[in-house]
Write a protein that binds this ligand. Structure first.
Ligand SMILES: Cc1ncc(COP(=O)(O)O)c(C=O)c1O
Length: 495
């Protein structure tokens, strides 16, 4: 470098606003827009498809030159804000989405202002995450010695939990050696109704998806305990190495609740790791009225759950809780020289969060969780869970009493699967009709259920994890399904 290159070019300020008052005024207007959006969450269509012009605008090339705050804000308001998933609306019933709560706007803004990295070190944000971890331990009856981590969601929590299980149960140093072909194959068990993120974790951990045995379910879609015992015995007899059983406090298709206590007994008897996929079901266990149905959750070796589903913390925020802090940290800790711990200063605060998962850089997700729980309290959050279960039962009742509708399976928690039936239509046509009803409901902005297949038949699947939903929304849904079904059914039959 010559001397000129070592002097600071005056025309290169930082990325901070050059005109702070103007930036502040603009930011206040944007905050108002965010609040208006949140306040109007129950109004308007549930979902609006992204117009072609907006898609084209969002396919424009990367700006090499500054477009400026005003332009970025204008584009955000025009191209992004109006086209959400729809899950803030009370009649969003698809998949398992939380509705979010406006307090998240405050927490997310503060987290951005602090721009903390929670991979490690000793700073205030970490103490917030530690408090969230302590709260979750208490809420689910885990010992103080347990460990936890705020993560993106249950999919990531499952990968972390099953890594810990694999490391603890393999019987050799699986981190150093990888999966050894000269050792018995590690196999695990979940019900045939368990979420696909478990098979994905088996895949990503090098275990192979076939190593996840899909245990048959009973008539209520719960894991069949006799079948679980038989599968373990069969694998042991074949020289394989069972290491984990995964229980679901609520399955994604129907909300079926596995017998967690019985699974814990079987794990205990066979020295297996007991993991619970509590994505949304675990939150129902926080309700005094419902918690008896989830007995056994407190016996898990690990628990995955989401704050962004039934707790309504804005996306994304999930959690992994591991009974043995040792097993958890041993599965992930890796501290090269430049990450060496120090007894004081910024490099203190050991162990670091990066020792409990695969991420070194970690954002301040914990803040919105902490803020949300402080703002609303667990009791109120749990009451909203109870409301949703009441709404699902009410919908199940409406469906059962309607001659044009058929309930797929009794409502067990917050999910109701049903379909419109037209006696003259053959199965495939009925499947198409119900799929069309769902797409029409979505495109019309009336409601947004999703579809699933139960016993080979396509069903309208209504999942209610939404604190804005009211009983009246069930009436609107049923009326519209029947109206559309009759239009389509009549049209198909007379064609
Ligand atoms: C039972 C269950 N497990 C796991 C997941 C995956 O959770 P996430 O989408 O937060 O990764 C879901 C998502 O709906 C779920 O319902």
């Amino acid at each position: 470098m010559d001397d000129n290159e070592l002097t600071e070019p005056p025309e290169r300020p930082s990325l901070d606003p050059e005109d702070w008052p103007a930036f502040r005024a603009r930011a206040h207007r944007m905050l108002d827009a965010a609040l208006d959006h949140a306040q109007g969450a129950s109004q308007g269509p549930v979902w609006t498809a992204v117009p072609a012009a907006v898609k084209a605008a969002l396919a424009s090339p990367v700006p090499m030159e500054a477009e400026g705050t005003d332009r970025a804000c204008a584009d955000l308001l025009a191209q992004v804000l109006p086209y959400g998933t729809g899950n803030t609306h009370p009649r969003f019933f698809g998949w398992v989405h939380g509705a979010g709560a406006p307090g998240g706007i405050i927490a997310e803004a503060m987290a951005a202002a602090m721009n903390s990295n929670l991979g490690g070190r000793d700073h205030g944000a970490n103490y917030v995450e530690h408090q969230v971890i302590d709260w979750v331990k208490k809420l689910f009856g885990f010992p103080d010695s347990a460990s936890g981590l705020v993560v993106s969601g249950t999919s990531m929590a499952t990968i972390i939990a099953l890594s810990a299980a694999r490391y603890a149960k393999a019987g050799y140093d699986v981190r150093r050696d990888g999966i050894r072909s000269d050792r018995a194959r590690l196999v695990g068990y979940a019900s045939s109704e368990a979420h696909s993120c478990i098979a994905r974790a088996f895949d990503m951990l090098g275990l192979g998806m076939d190593a996840l045995r899909k245990v048959p379910v009973d008539s209520h879609f719960r894991m069949n305990m006799a079948a679980l015992k038989a599968a373990i015995a069969e694998d042991l007899a074949a020289g394989l190495q069972p290491f984990v059983v995964i229980g679901s406090p609520a399955t994604v298709n129907t909300g079926a609740i596995d017998d967690l206590d019985a699974i814990a007994d079987i794990c205990h008897a066979n020295d297996l790791w007991f993991h619970v996929d509590g994505a949304f079901g675990a939150v129902a266990a926080l309700s005094e009225k419902l918690k008896a149905r989830f007995r056994g959750i407190e016996r898990a070796d690990s628990l995955a759950l989401d704050f962004h589903k039934w707790m309504h913390v804005p996306y994304d925020a999930g959690f992994v809780l591991v009974r043995s802090e040792d097993a958890h940290r041993n599965a992930f800790s890796l501290r090269p020289e430049y990450l060496t711990a120090q007894p004081r200063g910024l490099a203190a605060g050991n162990p670091w969060f990066c020792e409990y998962g695969p991420e070194l850089s970690r954002g301040f997700r914990a803040l919105k969780v902490w803020f949300h729980i402080k703002e609303h309290g667990i009791r109120r959050i749990a009451e909203k869970v109870e409301d949703n279960c009441r709404q699902a039962a009410y919908l199940g009742d409406l469906v059962s009493r309607h001659p044009d509708l058929e309930l797929a399976v009794p409502v067990s928690l917050n999910i109701c699967c049903f379909r419109f039936v037209a006696p003259d239509l053959p199965g495939p046509a009925l499947d198409r009709l119900n799929a069309d009803i769902v797409m029409d409901l979505q495109e019309g902005g009336i409601a947004a259920p999703s579809t699933t297949k139960i016993a080979g038949q396509l069903m309208i699947r209504v999942n209610i994890t939404n604190h804005r939903t009211r009983l009246a929304d069930m009436d609107i849904l049923v009326d519209e399904v029947v109206r559309l079904g009759r239009v389509y059914g009549g049209w198909i039959v007379t064609r």
